[in-house]
Design a protein around this ligand. Structure first.
Ligand SMILES: Cc1ncc(COP(=O)(O)O)c(C=O)c1O
Length: 400
């Protein structure tokens, strides 16, 4: 086998050197490694639906491929996809967007990336409520800006306008919201969402609202998008959306940004020099996802609802665990500080020992800015959930 000389002269750029690797990807890799070694793994690490992409969506991609839709598209995506996104937001939330205010991206992640790097300069501050999705601070760091975290434990991880107000400084340029939240599953009440948007509008602060879990809200909660706010509160707002979770399309890489035309224009510049456009067949699949039958979304939501109810009850019975009720997404985020005894000092130790002793994967909350918590994804079968909870109970008993 040919060996290559070490790249001794390579030094990573300063901004990338300041970035952290993803804790969620690390948990996924740990599960893969154990599985490859033949272990019977219970995996609560998944950040993606355990359902297959609905067949009508797959068929649309197949038709697109056969019809020769296999070339570059416009950077902003095909007109049909822009129109389908606009129509969805109009029908669901009464919002009016123009094609110049919408772009398709390679997943919601690229929409957030585009939005953040087109806005932030070195020295700017980006407000990020804790616990946060691991990627938010890293993109701000990549842009050379400073993530400023907002503590929300006092309000059970539900952000308030007062908390935002206390964190604002003259350097604050951006606030990143994510409701329903990954990792906490908590949902911002619409009235508080509005108060936050009133505050940021008044102070001239931009907002990225990551609505990747938009449709996964459990009754009595209701689906809420920042798009339903009055237009005057949306002049500095970018909504980042995704097909990944709603339609079980994580591998297809389709998301979108909705923002004022000038901001989209800047994002198109970044995208035009990076990925150009998201995959052409996947764009046609996404058109079908939005315009075609929606039963699959209801079926998935029904299944998550059942699992969630079972899981929350089971978690409440584990000594040392405390778990607020997550109103959305597909995660529970229990506080495990009651189990941090003997040689378990941190939630990282908890996750690591659980993996070693019970072959059960959970994600350490520290990666989301919440030491002492763990994230449990219920995007996995009921069978796995019941077995995994038995293992967690057995493990915790040794410490409490
Ligand atoms: C909060 C949040 N935002 C955005 C994304 C991005 O998803 P995608 O790029 O697959 O659309 C994820 C994926 O895990 C997420 O959890």
């Amino acid at each position: 086998m040919k060996t290559f000389p070490a790249m001794s002269s390579f030094t990573v750029s300063q901004n990338v050197a300041r970035m952290q690797s993803s804790a969620t990807i690390a948990a996924m890799q740990a599960a893969q490694a154990l599985r490859a070694a033949g272990a019977n793994v219970c995996d609560f690490g998944a950040g993606e639906p355990d359902f297959d992409t609905p067949d009508n969506i797959k068929q649309a991609a197949e038709r697109a491929m056969r019809a020769g839709h296999t070339k570059y598209t416009a950077n902003a995506g095909i007109r049909e996809l822009q129109s389908a996104i606009i129509a969805f937001y109009n029908k669901q939330f009464g919002a009016e967007y123009e094609p110049s205010e919408v772009m398709a991206t390679a997943g919601g992640k690229q929409a957030i990336f585009n939005a953040v790097v087109t806005l932030l300069n070195p020295g700017d501050e980006a407000l990020i409520p804790k616990p946060y999705w691991v990627t938010f601070p890293e993109i701000a760091v990549f842009a050379g800006a400073k993530p400023v975290f907002i503590e929300t434990e006092e309000t059970d991880f539900v952000l308030t306008a007062d908390q935002v107000e206390r964190a604002i400084t003259p350097r604050t340029r951006l606030l990143i919201l994510n409701s329903p939240s990954n990792p906490s599953g908590r949902v911002l009440p619409p009235a508080e969402f509005r108060k936050i948007m009133e505050l940021t509008s008044e102070r001239g602060i931009y907002v990225v609202s990551d609505e990747c879990y938009l449709r996964f809200v459990y009754p009595p909660g209701e689906v809420f998008s920042a798009a339903s706010l009055p237009e005057e509160l949306r002049s500095r707002l970018c909504i980042a959306g995704s097909f990944s979770k709603t339609y079980a399309m994580t591998g297809w890489r389709v998301g979108y940004a909705l923002a004022p035309a000038e901001w989209i224009k800047a994002m198109l510049k970044v995208q035009g020099h990076s990925t150009s456009n998201t995959n052409s067949m996947a764009q046609w699949a996404a058109v079908e996802a939005l315009n075609g039958p929606q039963e699959s979304v209801g079926i998935m939501l029904g299944e998550y609802t059942k699992r969630r109810a079972w899981l929350l009850k089971a978690l409440s019975e584990i000594p040392g665990f405390k778990c607020s009720e997550p109103e959305g997404a597909f995660y529970a985020f229990p506080d495990v500080r009651g189990c941090l005894k003997k040689d378990l000092k941190t939630s990282g130790d908890f996750a690591q020992r659980l993996l070693e002793e019970e072959q059960t994967v959970v994600t350490d909350g520290a990666g989301f800015g919440a030491e002492g918590f763990i994230r449990i994804s219920y995007a996995t079968s009921m069978e796995q959930i019941t077995e995994g909870i038995d293992r967690i109970k057995r493990f915790s008993k040794k410490y409490v």
